[in-house]
Design a protein around this ligand. Structure first.
Ligand SMILES: C[S@@+](CC[C@H](N)C(=O)[O-])C[C@H]1O[C@@H](n2cnc3c(N)ncnc32)[C@H](O)[C@@H]1O
Length: 89
C-alpha cells in the first residue's frame, strides 16, 4: 500500500487478506495448476498463487488497479519472471 501512494496511485479499497487466498489456493489446487481471478483488484490472488508455484491469470476492469498490482511484483523481481502482462483497455 505504501508503494501505491509513493507512485501516486490510489491503493485498492477492498483488498482481501493474503491468508484468505492462500487457504483456498492450497485447498483447491496443486502446484503447477492455473488459478483464474476474473475480478482481481490488487491481484492478491495472483501474488499468492505465484508464491505457491501456481500459474495464474488475472482480469481487472480498472487500469489503475492493474498498474497498482504490478508494484507487488516490483518488490520481488525474481518472482515475476517469464510472465506476460496484457493490458487490454
Ligand atoms: C472486491 S474487488 C477484488 C479485490 C481483490 N480480491 C483484492 O484482494 O484486491 C473486485 C474488483 O472487480 C473489479 N471488476 C468489477 N467488474 C469487473 C469486470 N466486469 N471485469 C473485470 N473486473 C471487474 C473491480 O474493479 C474491483 O477491483
Amino acid at each position: 500500500m505504501m508503494k501505491s501512494k509513493e507512485n501516486g496511485l490510489k491503493p485498492h479499497p477492498a483488498r482481501f487478506p493474503r491468508r484468505f487466498a492462500e487457504f483456498f489456493i492450497k485447498f483447491l489446487t496443486n502446484e503447477g495448476d492455473t488459478v483464474f481471478d476474473p475480478f482481481a483488484g490488487s491481484n492478491t490472488t495472483g501474488y499468492v498463487a505465484e508464491h505457491l508455484q501456481r500459474k495464474w491469470i488475472a482480469c481487472e476492469l480498472n487500469e489503475e488497479y492493474i498498474k497498482n498490482s504490478l508494484l507487488r511484483f516490483e518488490e520481488e523481481p525474481n518472482l515475476f519472471t517469464n510472465k506476460e502482462v496484457i493490458l487490454n483497455v
